[in-house]
Design a protein around this ligand. Structure first.
Ligand code: MLT
Ligand code: MN
Ligand code: ZN
Length: 298
């Protein structure tokens, strides 16, 4: 399978329209530092068969930016778009509304995510006059996976964190999951976890057996959101393990044999500046920061 990193930013992107912090100002001055909302495209063995993991507000710009995702000459407009969701957060789902030109949109998600999108964001009501929506269960890893574009897909449960618009919905351990992508032809596995609230035993096991792991890189350290005044909570309190410090993911990922890349970077994260010394710290541990537009063959 081929993985294309369409975007690598947390909610708001880099720069964020209403922010002038060093990360946002830096990206305005240096366009190569711009990051769009995190999303992944996965190509199976047939190059015309691909699917998305998460669909943020930039999704149709992403599809247009990658020749492999554009309709071929003489073909009809891309008739079916398949999307896997890791959660129901707006930065991962608002793009579903932008896919209305498709003839058919197939959404693979866990039960609470499907319920939130249908009952609270009214996706069926809004999109059905434009396209056909089909909802599929994203089954738990370890059981029988779903097959999308020839890739076996399943969910590693991560946390009960609900989006703010569904804060009163019932708690369920599959509100936030890592997408597990297994290529049965090559025998390779990738995990995509842009929101990692806790290093659970199951995630650790899955990560130990994976070839490539994308991990939550929202904040560099636990105090960052409080220190910079964007929240009264720590990074962990917001459902994002920090990269650095005690309990940070850098010290856990560097033990894995997999290629590990950080994604879902917030504009406050020093890693959005390519000259920040934090890049050296990660490089010494063999860890990478994903960039928009990377191609990874597994
Ligand atoms: C998150 O990643 O924690 C959410 O996307 C936050 C948000 O609502 O912007
Ligand atoms: Mn987010
Ligand atoms: Zn900013």
């Amino acid at each position: 399978m081929l993985l294309l990193t369409l975007g690598t930013a947390a909610g708001g992107g880099v720069p964020q329209w209403n922010c002038a912090c060093p990360g946002c100002s830096g990206a305005r001055a240096h366009p190569d530092r711009r990051r769009s909302h995190d999303s992944l495209a996965v190509l199976g063995h047939d190059p015309s068969s691909w699917f998305l993991v998460n669909a943020g507000p930039d999704i149709t710009d992403h599809l247009e930016a990658h020749p492999a995702l554009r309709p071929g000459a003489g073909e009809e407009r891309t008739p079916v778009v398949r999307v896997l969701l890791t959660d129901a957060e707006l930065d991962h789902t608002l793009g579903l509304l932008r896919l209305r030109e498709a003839r058919h949109v197939e959404i693979h998600a866990t039960a609470p995510v499907r319920a939130a999108l249908r009952a609270r964001l009214a996706l069926d009501t809004v999109l059905t006059p434009y396209t056909t929506l089909t909802w599929h269960d994203l089954p738990p890893a370890g059981g029988r996976p779903a097959v999308v574009a020839g890739i076996e897909v399943s969910a590693v449960p991560l946390s009960t964190k609900r989006p703010r618009y569904a804060a009163d919905a019932p708690e369920d351990g599959t509100w936030v999951v890592a997408a597990r992508l297994h290529d049965p032809v090559r025998g390779t596995t990738a995990l995509y976890a842009p929101a990692l609230a806790a290093w659970t035993e199951e995630f650790a096991e899955e990560a130990a057996g994976a070839d490539c792991v994308f991990v939550d890189g929202t904040f560099w350290d636990d105090e960052e959101p409080k220190r910079l005044g964007i929240s009264s909570r720590t990074s962990t309190g917001m459902g994002h393990l920090p990269v650095d410090g005690p309990g940070g993911t850098a010290g856990l990922l560097d033990r894995l044999p997999a290629r590990c890349l950080y994604t879902h970077l917030n504009n406050t994260n020093p890693l959005v500046d390519p000259s920040a010394p934090q890049h050296g710290l990660l490089a010494r541990r063999g860890l990478e920061v994903a960039q928009d537009g990377m191609v990874i063959e597994l």
